[in-house]
Design a protein around this ligand. Sequence first.
Ligand code: 9MR
Length: 577
Amino acid sequence: MKINYLLCIIGLFLLTEKPYAQKLSEQIRLNQLGFYPTAPKVAVVVNAQASLFRIKTSDLQKTVFTGKLSTSRKSEFSDKKTQIADFTALKTQGSFVLEIPDLGISYPFRIAPKVHQEVAKAALKAFYYQRASTEIPAKYAGKWARTLGHPDDKVFVHTSAVSVDRPEGTVISSPRGWYDAGDYNKYIVNSGITMGTLFSMYEDFPAYFQKQTLNIPESTNTVPDVLDEALWNLRWMLTMQDKDGGVYHKLTNANFDGMIMPDKATQPRYVVQKSTAATLDFAAVMAQAARIYRQFPTAFPSLADSCLNASVRAWDWAKQHPNLAYEQNKMNEQFAPKVVTGDYGDNNFTDEFIWAAAELYLSTKDERYAAAIPNAKQMILPSWNQVALLGYYSLLRFENQCTGTIKEQLPALKQQLITFSDELASGIEKRSFQTLMGKSASDFNWGSTSNAANQGIAMIQVYRLTKNKKYLNFALSNLDYLFGRNGTGYSFVTGFGSKTPMHPHHRLAVADGIVDPLPGFLSGGTNWGRQDKCEGYPSTVADECYLDADCSYASNEIAINWNAPLAYLTAAIEAIQ
Ligand code: 9MR
C-alpha cells in the first residue's frame, strides 16, 4: 500500500506538466487513516502561506472539495505557524489526498465508516505480541512468530522481599504476563493502570467486544478475546501476591537485557520488595476482574472468587502498610543484587486507595470500602501513578448500583468530571493543531501519546454521561493527533498510517531482524525531556521532540500502559460511531 502510493506519486511526478503540484508535502498534517463521513475533518498546514486547498481523489483525477485555509496562527511552543483546512462538509466516501497548490499533496486518507476498526483490533493484538512465557506461533503472528522465552517458572525472591513464609533462597513460579514495554520486565504498578483501562473499556462497550476477534489462541472459545488476552496478565498478577496479602512491586532482571530475543534473555529473574502502590493497584484490578469474569461461570468456574479473595487480602495488607513506597536506590543500598530496571516509584497513595476502594465497593457493595472514598477534590488525568480517575469512572459507570454515601457523592463527581473535561478543551479552537493535546507543554512528557489517548477517554466518559456530541468531537481531535495531526507529522502507531515509527525502542522489534516493527504499538511520542540523550532529535520544541530511532527510549519506546488507552479510544470511537 505504502509502496504503491509512492510509485503513484513518482509516476505522477514524471508525467505531469506541473510536477511541483503533486509532490508529497509533509507540511500537511492530518489523520493518515481517515475520517468518518459525518464527523469533523480537519487538516493542519505548517509554515505555508497558502489560501486554498483541494480534496482530490487519491488517483488525483478528480477534485471533490475546494476550501479556504484559515488565517495563520502562531504555535504555543515555537515560531511555527499553522493554518487550518476544514473539510467537514465533505461526506463522500472514498480515498483522497489534500492538495495545496504550489505546496503539494498530503498522505492519502479515507472517508469511510469504521476507519479505525483495524487499528482498534491491532492495539489489542499488540498485547498478544507482548506475552511472556510462551511461544508465539506463525498461525497468530505471521512473520513475527517467535520461540518461547522467559518461562519465569523459577523466580528468586529478592533479598528485599523475603518474608516469614518465603525466606531467603525461596524460588517461586510466576509465569505469563505481558512484557511491560520495550524491556522484558513485568511491573505490577504499570499492569494496574493497563488492566484497569482495558477492563473499563470492556465494561463501557461490552457489545462491541462480543463481536471483535483478534486471532489469538483463545479466539475459538466463548469468551470475548479482550478478556482472554487480559487473563494472560491477570494470571501472572495473581502469582505476585505473597502469602500475607502484600504484592511484589515487580518481577525483573537485575539489569535491562540487551537488544536480544526473549529466548536469548536468560538472566536470573527476581520478585522484589512489596509496596503499597503495587498492592493497591492489584486490589483494584482483582476486584474489577472478579465482577467481569463472574459473567463467564462456565469458562471460569472459580476465577472470580479467587480474584475477589486476592483483592480483599491485598486491601487488608495495604491498610496495615499504608505508606510503603518502592524506593529503588534506597533498596539497593541495603539489598543485593542491585536492581536497576524501571522503578515506577510513587510516594503518594491517596489515588491508589481511592481506585481500589471504588472497585472493591462496586464488586462487594461493602460499605467499609465506600467509607474510604473521600469527596473528590481534584481530577488528575490517569497515568501509572495517578489512578483515582479510574475509580471515579467506574463509580459513574455503575451509578445505578451505588447507594448510601457514595450515591450522594455522585452528582458532584459527575460535575467535576465535566468541568475537568471542559478545562482540557477550553481554547481548543485557537490551538495550533486544534487538538486537546497541546494546551500546555507539560502534555509532551514521557509517554505523551498516552496523555492524548487518556484525554480522549475522559471526553468519552463525559460523552457517555451527557450525550453531548462536542465531547465526542474533542476525543476525535486527539485521535487525529495520534495519527498525524501533530507537530511531528508522524502517525504514532506502528503499521498504521503512511509515516509511522519504523525503529521503536522495543526489544522484540529490534532483535527479530524483520524490517517492519510489530504492528499496532503506540510509540511514547514527543517528549521535551529527551532523557535518553540520543543524537538526532530533529527539534527541541515541546511538540516536535520526537526521534524515530531505537536508541530513543524517552520518545520512541512502546508500553502496555500506552497501548491500553489507544485500544480504549479507538474501540470507543468505533463502538459509538
Ligand atoms: O512511563 C514511565 C515514565 O512515566 C517515567 O518517566 C520513566 C522514567 O522513570 O519510566 C517510564 O516507564 C518505563 C519503565 O520504567 C520501564 N519499562 C519501560 C517504561 C516506558 O519507558
